[in-house]
Design a binder for this molecule. Structure first.
Ligand SMILES: [Zn+2]
Length: 150
């Protein structure tokens, strides 16, 4: 099933962890609607701007999958409102700065630098346009700085 011209439901629900652990990651209809919005408002504009593949590393996470990977209980991934992705050949920080300046979104996180990914969310309920930078401390904990920080 296509969610938008360049994104499928399969790629937005794919999870190696779910497969390995036998966790159902089927998206219910409200989640599919949210994923469609996320594709239309964020992922398609990013793809169109760069003209390059957008590689989604994590989209929807069912509550069971989210628990299994230790995700936040309030994660927008579990609503179909968020995706983690990279753009082939483009730095993650450049993608974050382009989204920040050109798109409407709820939350945008530059996660773990260039070895990491871009987390972006879109919600029909709110548009905070919140930007954060996630880093791992020496002890392995995640800290968040305001803004997109190199
Ligand atoms: Zn994420």
């Amino acid at each position: 099933m296509n969610l938008s011209p360049h994104f499928t439901l399969a790629e937005m629900t794919r999870s190696a962890t779910a497969v390995r652990r036998g966790i159902d990651n089927t998206a219910p209809p409200p989640v599919i609607a949210a994923l469609r919005l996320l594709c239309a408002e964020v992922l398609e504009p990013v793809r169109a701007h760069y003209g390059r593949p957008v590689i989604v590393t994590s989209g929807y996470r069912s509550p069971a999958l989210n628990r299994a990977i230790g995700g936040s209980a309030s994660s927008q991934h579990s609503l179909g409102e968020a995706a983690d992705f990279t753009v082939a050949g483009i730095s993650n920080i450049a993608v974050c700065r382009w989204i920040e300046q050109n798109l409407r979104f709820d939350q945008l996180i530059y996660e773990f630098g260039e070895a990491g990914w871009v987390h972006a969310s879109f919600s029909a309920r709110r548009a905070r346009n919140q930007t954060l930078t996630a880093r791992r401390t020496a002890s392995g904990q995640t800290t968040y700085l305001p803004g997109i920080v190199a």
